[in-house]
Structure formats: structure tokens, C-alpha cells
Design a protein around this ligand. Structure first.
Ligand SMILES: [Cu+2]
Length: 160
């Protein structure tokens, strides 16, 4: 009985090692998060929204923008992304998977509904309060301005 127990413990330790080896390896895949493009938010009833509009992910994770309602897309804000990061833009009505390999704060919007406030934020890896404060200085039009001020507050709350 004692030997059997020891063997089980050893096997358990070995599988733990295997797991952590693959878990930290360069080819390991990150998590996938979903952001829906909606005509109307189910909770607030707000029109033309990304749900959730503010998301915190790890470097290597993927955000899948899903075209639940027609007529929307996801496009990165050229003036709100880290240096060296790749921009993205999906065709209207199409889903897009974006994998984030550069840490930092990303803003994005729906091309036809930007001024209607259809915007969002993705915080990748470690984002500082200063980076969020800097993003507040980026000029926004129409409803995007109101929505972003709300979303920056949500992003700041996520850092705590
Ligand atoms: Cu839209």
C-alpha cells in the first residue's frame, strides 16, 4: 500500500512537471476570449456596442470578435495601441480573431459606428495607470468620447 501510494505521488509530480513545461513553452497557446458585436447590449440596453467593451487578457491570448448582429466590424485605433503592435480590421459583418503578442493598451472601434460610440478597450498583460491616463488624451468624437470615459474608469478598476 505504501509503495502504491508513493508511485501515485511520483506520477502526480511527473505529470505536474510535464504540464508546467508545456504550459510555459513558446508554442503553448493562450486563451481565447469572445467579444460580441451587438445592436443592443443585453444588460444596459445601450445601442451599437461591443460586449464586453473592456477586456483584460494575457500576452499570447486571442480575442475573437464575433459578428452576432450584422453590420459591424472591429478595427484597431491607430492612435491607441502600443508601439510595434499590429493593427487589425475585419470586413463588415465578419468575425476576426486577434492574437495579442505585444503588451499594452489597445483601443478599437466599429468602422461605421465609431462616432455612435461603438468602441472598446483591450488591456494586454501589464498595463499601467499612466498608460490609461495617456489614452484619455486621445481625441474622440461623439458618443465615443462618453463611452471611452466610462471604459477608462472600468480599465483603471481592473488594475486594482
Ligand atoms: Cu457597428
Amino acid at each position: 500500500m505504501i509503495f502504491a501510494t508513493k508511485r501515485q505521488v511520483l506520477l502526480g509530480a511527473l505529470s505536474g512537471l510535464t504540464y508546467s513545461f508545456f504550459g510555459t513553452s513558446a508554442w503553448s497557446q493562450g486563451k481565447t476570449h469572445t467579444v460580441e458585436m451587438l445592436n443592443k447590449a443585453p444588460d444596459s440596453g445601450e445601442r451599437q456596442v461591443f460586449d464586453p467593451p473592456v477586456l483584460r487578457v494575457e500576452v499570447g491570448d486571442t480575442v475573437s470578435f464575433v459578428s452576432t448582429d450584422r453590420g459591424h466590424n472591429s478595427e484597431s485605433n491607430s492612435d491607441m495601441m502600443p508601439a510595434g503592435a499590429e493593427s487589425w480590421k475585419s470586413p463588415i459583418g465578419k468575425d476576426i480573431d486577434v492574437t495579442f503578442s505585444v503588451e499594452g493598451l489597445y483601443g478599437y472601434h466599429c468602422t461605421p459606428h465609431r462616432s455612435a460610440g461603438m468602441v472598446g478597450l483591450v488591456l494586454v498583460g501589464s498595463v499601467s495607470e499612466a498608460q490609461i491616463e495617456a489614452a484619455k488624451g486621445v481625441r474622440q468624437r461623439g458618443r465615443a468620447k462618453t463611452r471611452y470615459s466610462e471604459y477608462f474608469d472600468q480599465a483603471l478598476a481592473m488594475l486594482k
